[in-house]
Design a binder for this molecule. Structure first.
Ligand code: SAH
Ligand code: SF4
Ligand code: F3S
Length: 372
């Protein structure tokens, strides 16, 4: 019996697919080389932009013929997209040959759903549960080990679906994280630990007693072993001085920070509910440059947010020009059902979004060329 997992979306999903792989192997499945050879195919989906969802639908649809030839094959769709009831229902209706449709909250019970297929098709969306500390991972990222330090997000940036499909912020206990890293390091093959969370800077605020992200990193660095530590993602509103200090001081921490700005214009930042201004953001960048001179800084930007004018977009261009990032991702705003921004007046036509993203990417290319 063989399994195959198709993963979309961010590192969080990549890491969760490592958990799914481990569950599959415990059930006795082996990794298939390609999806056509598999008896169990899992799509771990992403809902962040429309494009990501469309790709899932296309790839799931393409399995119809295969499933007809091999009715025993089990097809599962899980992850962020299917945590949304509307999308889960759409998949059930449009692709009746899919056996399992579950969301992010059901993931720890994946084995149960596979076993239950024999008794009929499954659609079930659990509500948020406790953090699952029991599962193991089949790590797939070479010398890098992903380590989740928190789940969910409380920020509700108005464009973003993540808080709806991942639930509220929940930090793992520090000791559990340290133990996982001890085990990872003891295996001897990992040289890099990447801490994962939607907003790692708010790690530990929900724990009693509270633990700061800076302390967590310090404690990880104190673990024995020859390894590098890095993390993603940082929210500028929560990037405190003690975090910058720790990065500057600890040799084990890589000098790189992904610090998404999203926009360079204050009116748009307010509409996005990002809770910092362009000036505050630049102040943080300044602090980083001063305290960690060789620090690489990267960012994400969204262009064509509802009501964004050409002038306001130019503020983003100017910010990118000014900071001279070591790399940026630029996205066209994609309305996500259920979010505040999707209901705003003044949605920007696709053609303008495309023009703006092209301009921003051209500027990025120019900066990278100059930097070389
Ligand atoms: N938690 C991280 C980001 C996760 S999503 C953070 O807050 O930085 C990764 C990136 O996708 C975001 O930084 C944003 O630039 C982009 N993104 C999120 N929602 C989007 C949407 N509706 N349309 C376009 N881009 C979006
Ligand atoms: Fe989305 Fe904002 Fe949370 Fe990041 S911080 S996951 S962009 S809501
Ligand atoms: Fe990640 Fe996409 Fe979910 S970016 S958290 S997989 S919506």
């Amino acid at each position: 019996m063989k399994y195959y997992i198709v993963t979309y979306g961010c590192q969080m999903n990549v890491h969760e697919s490592e958990k799914l792989a481990s569950i599959c192997e415990k059930m006795g499945y082996e990794l298939a080389e390609k999806r056509e050879d598999a008896d169990l195919i899992v799509f771990n989906t992403c809902a962040i932009r429309e494009g990501a969802e469309d790709r899932v639908f296309g790839n799931v649809g393409a399995l119809k013929k295969l499933k007809k030839q091999r009715p025993d094959m089990i097809i599962a769709v899980c992850g962020c997209s299917t945590q949304k009831e509307s999308t889960a229902n759409y998949i059930m209706k449009t692709f009746p040959f899919v056996d399992i449709v579950i969301g992010t909250f059901n993931l720890p019970n994946f084995e149960h759903y596979v076993n239950a297929v024999k008794t009929g098709r499954q659609l079930e969306l659990l509500s948020e549960g406790e953090i699952d500390e029991v599962q193991t991972y089949k790590r797939t990222s070479g010398e890098n080990a992903w380590v989740n330090i928190m789940y969910g997000c409380n920020n509700f940036c108005t464009y973003c679906i993540v808080p709806y499909v991942r639930g509220r912020e929940k930090s793992r206990n520090e000791e559990n994280i340290l133990n996982e890293i001890r085990e990872v390091l003891a295996e001897g093959k990992y040289k890099k630990i990447t801490l994962l969370g939607q907003n790692v800077n708010s790690y530990g605020k929900d724990l009693t007693p509270q633990v700061s992200f800076a302390k967590l990193m310090k404690d990880i660095c104190a673990l024995e072993g020859d390894f590098k530590l890095t993390f993603m993602t940082s929210h500028p509103k929560d990037l405190t001085d003690d975090v910058i200090e720790v990065i500057a001081k600890e040799e084990k921490i890589l000098k790189e920070i992904h610090l998404p700005a999203q926009s360079g214009n204050n009116r748009i930042l307010t509409l996005m509910n990002r809770r910092y201004t362009r000036e505050k953001y630049l102040e943080i960048i300044d602090k980083i440059h001063t305290q960690i001179p060789d620090c690489k800084i990267t960012s994400d930007f969204i262009v064509g947010f509802p009501t964004e004018t050409e002038e306001e977009f130019m503020d983003t261009m100017k910010l990118v020009e000014e900071v001279k990032y070591d790399g940026i991702f630029a996205f066209m705003y994609s309305p996500r059902e259920g979010t505040v921004a999707s209901k705003m007046e003044g949605q920007i036509p696709q053609k303008i979004k495309q023009e703006r993203v092209n301009k921003l990417l051209a500027l990025e290319k120019k900066i990278q060329k100059e930097k070389k």
